[in-house]
Write a protein that binds this ligand. Structure first.
Ligand SMILES: [Cu+2]
Length: 512
């Protein structure tokens, strides 16, 4: 196992999806447009291990790199997103997709609580778009985090996000979120990571200096003719190429005993990751950028689309270890995803004394004792053959479903009557999971995404704090969101529905 040789010295090109192992177990029944598949013999990396299976020819084993980082200065960060179609590199090959700043994903935005984040969104696409700051507790209306806003082709739109002084530290993300366009635009590249500083300050002193801190952005790609990222008739169960920061099987290095902070984020449009890191466990500091009241060790982490975990990892022994996504079966009506290697970690060099590890990153969530103002039920249903997805029997129709009262806590029962898992996500306010399928859930943090199991039920509690206005909750499988599995809540000071005729959007409703 021991090896310090860097795969990057002799990267290999592989294309394996013609092999039975690549398609085996995948549900391809719903396929309409197939990505281009390249036939190639089984290749191996210079290490002699099997190359990573991919749905197109890729360059593998390059040194781990991360997207460009933009940091706030003097309390502000101004970002221009030059949204357009462009060519950029994915897996070491040139592909055509959509981009914020010319790369396969947007820059990583690093801010402090209390900062002001402004975007200038220059829409150079020939279709509409908009922007969402996923997970932030910020205003959902006007030119803030408003996904009921349409940015027309050729327009330049300001977005101003006032991040609260008590915004929790951790990993968030930003992405296009226009109903009807979200899946394709995120798939094609309109996403990036957003980090709120402060996790490190909650760690034991010995870990606070020199801690390697890496973004591990997970995203998958399917290519059509001309190496163009598939954006029409996307089949989430078709063969795909899994990437980390736009690379296939990049190589990260570490030393025995050294602790690293990894910011794991599933920024895929539709697909799930079930992560396992060989040679170590995940020590979860934060889930969905909500610091853990108790830091637990996990052998595996399940990441539905949109999910983030900030974790510490320490490999005690030298060797070469893989970050894998394990097989995942979303249910009889859903996709089945095969195992894939995502990244290699080469651990070599002098042993480092492992620093003391944290046991807590903050307070445990306490909504178990909250006074509950309202109990509501959210039912996920679908007509898969017709490509229609529903919340409480309705496809997204631009109408307000619930009107919570500002400052109150509510308990929602999320009921999934379909044969596939759906990840529930709500904007603006995080929630505490109380139970899953009737079993009490021992939450160590709040979260903004939870898996609602096929034919299952999850009970959550959340407090509608600080901000009034309309925002959405939805399934974070973006194909499902685009096809109707989204609804609007309108938080109001009186908790009563707005008078008839009150606009919930800025002009035209997206996708309507
Ligand atoms: Cu769904």
């Amino acid at each position: 196992m021991a090896s310090s040789r860097r795969l990057g010295l002799a990267a290999v090109v592989v294309a394996l999806c013609a092999l039975p192992a690549c398609s085996g177990g995948e549900d391809r029944s719903a396929a309409s447009t197939r990505p281009a598949e390249t036939v190639a013999p089984l290749s191996t990396t210079p290490e002699g291990g099997p190359a990573v299976e991919a749905s197109f020819a890729t360059v593998q084993g390059l040194p781990f790199t991360e997207p460009e980082v933009l940091r706030s200065r003097n309390g502000t960060l101004d970002v221009t997103l030059d949204v357009r179609e462009a060519q950029y590199e994915v897996g070491g090959v040139k592909v055509s997709g959509m981009t914020f700043t010319g790369q396969s994903m947007g820059p990583t935005l690093v801010l402090d609580p209390g900062d002001t984040l402004t975007f200038s969104v220059v829409n150079g696409l020939d279709e509409e778009t908009n922007l969402h700051e996923h997970g932030l507790h910020v205003s959902p209306i006007g030119i803030s985090d408003n996904v009921l806003r349409v940015m027309e082709p050729g327009s330049t739109s300001p977005v101003v996000v006032n991040i609260p002084d008590d915004q929790a530290p951790g990993t968030y993300w930003y992405h296009a979120h226009l109903h009807g366009f979200t899946e394709a635009q995120v798939m094609a590249g309109l996403f990036g990571a957003l980090i709120i500083n402060g996790l490190g300050e909650r760690l034991p002193a010995e870990l606070q200096t020199g801690l390697p801190d890496h973004l591990v952005a997970l995203h998958d790609y399917q290519l059509a003719a001309g190496n163009t990222i598939v954006t029409t008739d996307i089949d989430s169960g078709a063969p795909t190429t899994r990437t980390v920061n736009g690379m296939v099987n990049p190589v990260l290095t570490s030393r025995p005993g050294q602790t690293q902070l990894l910011r794991l984020g599933n920024f895929s449009a539709d697909i799930w990751y079930r992560l396992l890191m060989e040679g170590t466990t995940f020590s979860v500091l934060a889930e969905d950028a909500s610091p853990a009241g108790r830091v637990d060790q996990h052998d595996e982490l399940l990441l539905p689309p949109g999910k983030r975990f900030d974790v510490l990892v320490t490999w005690p022994q030298a060797g070469s270890f893989k970050l894998r996504t394990l097989p995942y079966d979303q249910g009889s009506q859903g996709d089945k995803y095969p195992e894939r290697v995502l990244m290699t970690v080469n651990v070599a060099g002098d042993d480092k004394a492992t620093p003391p590890q944290p046991t807590t990153m903050g307070a445990l969530p306490d909504l178990g004792d909250a006074v509950i103002a309202q109990r509501r039920t959210v039912v996920f249903s679908e007509n898969n053959e017709a490509g229609k997805f529903f919340i409480n029997g309705r496809q997204f129709d631009g109408k307000v479903l619930f009107t919570p009262k500002l400052g109150t806590a509510e308990e929602w029962t999320l009921r999934n009557v379909t044969g596939e898992d759906h990840p529930f996500h709500i904007h603006v306010n995080d929630f505490q999971v109380m139970s899953v399928n009737g079993k009490r859930y021992d939450a160590v943090s709040l979260q903004d995404i939870v898996k609602v199991p096929a034919h299952g039920e999850v009970v959550i509690r959340h407090r509608f704090e600080t901000f009034t206005g309309s925002f959405v909750f939805h399934c974070h499988i973006l194909a499902h969101e685009d096809h109707g599995m989204m609804a609007i809540v309108d938080v109001r000071t009186d908790g009563k529905p707005a008078p008839a005729g009150t606009a919930t959007t800025m002009g035209r409703m997206p996708g309507m």
